[in-house]
Ligand binder design. Structure first.
Ligand code: XBP
Ligand code: MG
Length: 255
């Protein structure tokens, strides 16, 4: 009998490849709307992704790149700008601009059928999660997840393990009965900090990240017609991530 009881899903980069064509575009639309000349290109945004959290990312950018003081104190101004960015991001999701990554719906439905407990564990704003789920899997999919741990629900964002500790506490789960699905070094560090076995599906933005400690690193979760490529870890028999593979990873790590 496998120890696996729950699969904990990251959002940005894991459920969907949201950063380049989603969050980045939304930030730029918010800058333009506020009358700022800033425009985060793909390369610059890739460097800013080292900072988890949109509000934290804005502050990091302004402190690194802006010599003149903000129009009002940071703590008042950044939340307003971030609220505008979220409005633009939700509109992009509603247009269907951000599809799920390969294998995500297939694996979710397999886990649902097997009654494996599910959670979302993300740095992003909660409304971004429910809107992404609604526009990709339908509004009922929100209830598939026992816990949606998102955004400012914890004091420190990834790579801090706080959001994973919060989720384990909410679900009364022991870390050795879970698998985390992540895409980035920050996410991996966060899950490992909570002693959770982690599978990484890297993205174009995270493929140069350090995934030391991940049980398996692939390019995506795979589909029968589009098998996954293994980047690091023991080559499994099947070429797409299944419940059996997740059980194997969870059980082999707890021996
Ligand atoms: C990735 C993040 C998020 C998004 C932006 O989250 O760091 O902050 O980049 O979303 P995940 P917000 O943990 O899902 O990989 O602007 O709402 O923070
Ligand atoms: Mg992520």
């Amino acid at each position: 009998m496998s120890k696996l009881q729950a699969v904990l899903w990251d959002v940005d980069g894991t459920l969907a490849d949201t950063e380049r064509d989603g969050h980045r575009v939304a930030f730029n639309r918010a800058f333009a709307e506020a009358g700022f000349a800033w425009n985060w290109g793909e390369e610059l945004y890739g460097t800013l992704l080292q900072v988890s959290g949109g509000k934290e990312r804005l502050r990091f950018f302004f402190e690194q790149h802006c010599s003149h003081p903000p129009p009002e104190p940071w703590d008042a101004w950044i939340p307003k700008l971030h609220k505008a960015k979220t409005k633009h991001y939700l509109a992009l999701l509603a247009e269907g601009a951000i599809p799920l990554r390969p294998g995500v719906e297939r694996l979710l439905r397999e886990l649902l059928a097997a009654k494996v407990r599910l959670a979302i564990v993300t740095t992003t704003t909660p409304e971004n999660v429910t809107t992404l789920l609604t526009h990709t899997l339908g509004p009922a999919s929100i209830s598939w997840f026992e816990c949606i741990a998102a955004g400012d629900v914890v004091p420190a964002k990834k790579p801090s393990p706080d959001i994973y500790h919060y989720t384990l506490q909410q679900m009364q789960l022991s870390p050795d009965t879970c698998i985390a699905l992540e895409d980035s070094e920050n996410g991996l560090r966060s899950a490992l900090g909570a002693d959770i076995t982690t599978l990484v599906t890297q993205t174009a933005y995270t493929r140069t990240d350090d995934f030391t400690g991940a049980r398996l690193v692939t390019d995506h979760l795979g589909e029968p017609e589009t098998p996954m490529q293994i980047v690091a870890g023991k080559l499994p028999a099947q070429r797409w991530v299944t419940l059996d593979l997740l059980r194997e990873l969870c059980d082999s790590n707890s021996r």
